[in-house]
Write a protein of this length. Structure first.
Length: 298
């Protein structure tokens, strides 16, 4: 497939960008950094056209997770338990720290007095840590699988995804239940209420319309007759039209609710780690070396 237009934007950074998310109609946040050297937050206030970049010396290591609480507070979590948080749509940031040295790959506060953050150690093990309003640990669960991210799913509901695992809580992280979906190292979710899309590093794509009570496999990444894609991000504009990005710069598109996926002309060979949809319907994709692209799809 051919793009209508691909524009490489000036991100004002050469750091890896791991997450990108719109906060309202015009403000967009992306974050990342260099693992043990630098955090990076870039921000747009004009719908994703122009960007400013800021490094934060109080949290001088890479940021892996981006979560938004129901009150709009943004949480960026990363190496050594560092968390940056903003209550003014990313204009100003404060730094806090969870009291350990773990690398947190996702998290946010689903309630004003309870935060949930997930860490991962070399894709071998993970923790789910609940903290109070001062980032003091309430409790911590350990698991023998790697974690990749955590997502807000609605009031009291969150999802954690990882190596062969999707877990769900409906009580702000007090208890967790495994979802009936397996077969990949799950890397990203796109949530629209109970309508959720899920992708994995081996190229699998799953879909649920009831919050995970039943998952349908829309693409089997283990099918050797299909092209091999290592998927890192997924986003849907509506029930029919969605896109997924890969670690080698490829972008996939479906226009029939995930039943078939088509590959676009490649415009980069660098990893594309995240994707979001702009208010006007354009796509923003970001990844390694500060690469940031604005795309108009046919």
């Amino acid at each position: 497939m051919h793009w209508q237009k691909v524009l490489q934007l000036n991100s004002n950074t050469t750091c890896r960008l791991n997450n990108i998310h719109f906060i309202g109609n015009n403000i967009c946040i992306a974050s990342g950094g260099i693992e043990f050297e630098q955090s990076e937050v870039i921000r747009s206030t004009d719908g994703g056209y122009t960007w400013t970049a800021n490094s934060y010396p109080d949290a001088p290591k890479e940021l892996f997770g981006l979560g938004v609480s129901p009150d709009g507070t943004i949480y960026l979590s990363g190496v050594d338990g560092n968390v940056l948080h903003s209550s003014d749509s990313g204009k100003n940031w404060k730094q806090s720290r969870i009291g350990d040295w773990l690398s947190y790959v996702g998290g946010y506060f689903p309630a004003h007095d309870t935060g949930i953050f997930v860490s991962s150690i070399l894709q071998r093990s993970s923790t789910i840590t609940r903290v109070d309003g001062n980032f003091k640990t309430i409790d911590q669960q350990s698991h023998l699988f790697g974690a990749n991210n955590m997502y807000a799913g609605g009031p009291r509901t969150s999802y954690m995804i990882g190596y062969g695992v999707v877990m769900k809580t409906t009580d702000n992280g007090n208890t967790w239940n495994f979802q009936d979906v397996i077969g990949d190292n799950f890397t990203a979710m796109d949530i629209h209420g109970n309508d959720i899309w899920l992708c994995g590093y081996n190229g699998s794509i799953f879909h649920t319309i009831n919050g995970g009570e039943k998952w349908d496999r829309m693409r089997n990444g283990n099918d050797i007759t299909l092209p091999r894609y290592n998927l890192l991000g997924i986003a849907f504009k509506d029930t029919q039209n969605g896109w997924a990005v890969c670690d080698d710069g490829r972008v996939l598109r479906t226009d029939d609710a995930g039943n078939h996926w088509m590959e676009y002309d490649r415009f980069t060979t660098g990893a594309l780690r995240c994707i979001t949809i702009c208010p006007n319907g354009d796509l923003l994709v970001a990844g390694d070396n500060g690469n940031l692209f604005r795309i108009t799809s046919l």
